[in-house]
Design a protein around this ligand. Structure first.
Ligand SMILES: [Fe+2]
Length: 315
């Protein structure tokens, strides 16, 4: 099996730009996932984010999770484990407006560090979108604009901990799904693994790597690229040892953004074969409403449903 795609962003500025862009292209088309090194977010900031996140879990989340866990374990098979995730989470919104000051139980210093981290991630997401434009052969800024809507993009971080699970055969850390949004930037634990993606019918580990950022493609980028890039199924397997930290930041379209395949890509597709599949055109929040009830189901029926019930005609 080929090795998991890793991109050292420092190489984009030198002689190795060509082969590095090639890895990126292959990752977007065939893996839906890649891992970034030298991405420009400082090691000091990442270390602070990690230590505050782990400290916050211990102080404010662990007790509640233990209560949930002992109840779930007591019920065992009867707890309908197939509909549950062995995770402890909270959500921070950054854009269009931040909710960090209203989220309860966070230290002021943690709020400050997370705001700084979000600013860095937003810059990285936008840089990546332009690299993808280059790779796709479309105008720079196209993807950022496609995500804009009337209030700019939506951006937020799901802060998760996956505590050790004594019955991993019964509970999933997080059940298999594709991500609904645009581009996802993940800061994952470098010691406790568990994230896997589906490639060629097999579950492949996303290797933990210190200070890396794991990136994956969401359903909206699959639509905009008319299927050239893939939004891929992934899951978290519960571990018997260690507490896995995971901060997934979702750079998504604004709720009223109209999502549709980029016309230059569609033209290329149509030239290739008559009757080539064309992805739907819809308003992003309509997709999210559908996704809310179908997150753990296949993406294809969602695309189909958008075509049938929520499609909006071309202007
Ligand atoms: Fe996900």
């Amino acid at each position: 099996m080929e090795s998991f795609p890793v991109i050292n962003m420092a190489k984009l500025d030198g002689e190795e730009r060509g082969p590095t862009m090639q890895v990126l292209n292959d990752a977007c088309e065939n893996w839906g996932f890649f891992e970034l090194l030298d991405h420009g977010i400082s090691v000091e900031l990442m270390d602070k984010v990690e230590s505050f996140t782990k400290g916050h879990y211990k102080k404010s989340m662990e007790q509640r999770f233990k209560e949930f866990a002992s109840e779930a374990l007591e019920k065992g098979e009867e707890s309908d484990a197939s509909n549950m995730d062995w995770e402890s989470t909270f959500f921070l919104r950054h854009l269009p407006e931040s909710n960090i000051s209203e989220v309860p139980d966070l230290d002021d210093e943690y709020r400050k560090v997370m705001k700084e981290f979000a600013t860095e991630l937003e810059k990285l997401a936008e840089r990546l979108l332009d690299l993808l434009c280059e790779n796709l052969g479309i105008e720079m800024g196209y993807l950022k604009k496609a995500f804009c809507g009337s209030k700019g993009p939506t951006f937020g971080t799901k802060v998760s901990n996956y505590p050790p699970c004594p019955r991993p055969e019964l509970f999933k850390g997080l059940r298999a799904h594709t991500d609904a949004g645009g581009i996802i930037l993940l800061f994952q634990d470098d010691r406790v693994s568990g994230l896997q993606l589906l490639k060629d019918g097999q579950w492949v580990d996303v290797p933990p790597m210190r200070h890396s950022i794991v990136v994956n493609i969401g359903d909206q980028l699959e639509v905009i690229t008319n299927g050239k890039y893939k939004s891929v199924l992934h899951r978290v397997v519960a571990q018997t040892d260690g507490n896995r930290m995971s901060l997934a930041s979702f750079y998504n379209p604004g709720s009223d953004a109209v999502i549709y395949p980029a016309p230059p890509l569609l033209e290329k597709e149509v030239e290739k074969e008559a009757g080539a599949e064309v992805y739907p055109r819809f308003v992003f929040e309509d997709y999210m409403k559908l996704y809310a009830g179908q997150k753990f189901q296949a993406k294809e029926p969602r695309f189909q449903a958008m075509k049938c019930t929520h499609a909006i005609p071309t202007a």
